[in-house]
Design a protein around this ligand. Structure first.
Ligand code: ZN
Length: 67
């Protein structure tokens, strides 16, 4: 399972999951996008941590508190 953020949108990011082609979400910024991705991961793919790790890595690059 891999969650990723499509940041090509000018106005925000689209969150997609390669195991859930029917699911996607939109948020206005990357941090909120990772919050959404982690929420999807915890609800739909319990026991997996790819989005959580990616969110932590993103937080580290931004110098903010991990999600
Ligand atoms: Zn999924």
């Amino acid at each position: 399972m891999t969650l990723r953020l499509d940041k090509s949108k000018v106005t925000g990011v689209v969150i997609v999951c390669d195991e859930c082609p029917h699911w996607s979400a939109f948020r206005f910024d990357v941090e909120e996008g990772w919050v959404c991705a982690v929420d999807h991961e915890q609800r739909v793919h319990p026991g997996q941590h790819q989005a959580k790790r990616a969110a932590h890595a993103y937080a580290a690059t931004q110098g903010v508190r991990p999600i």
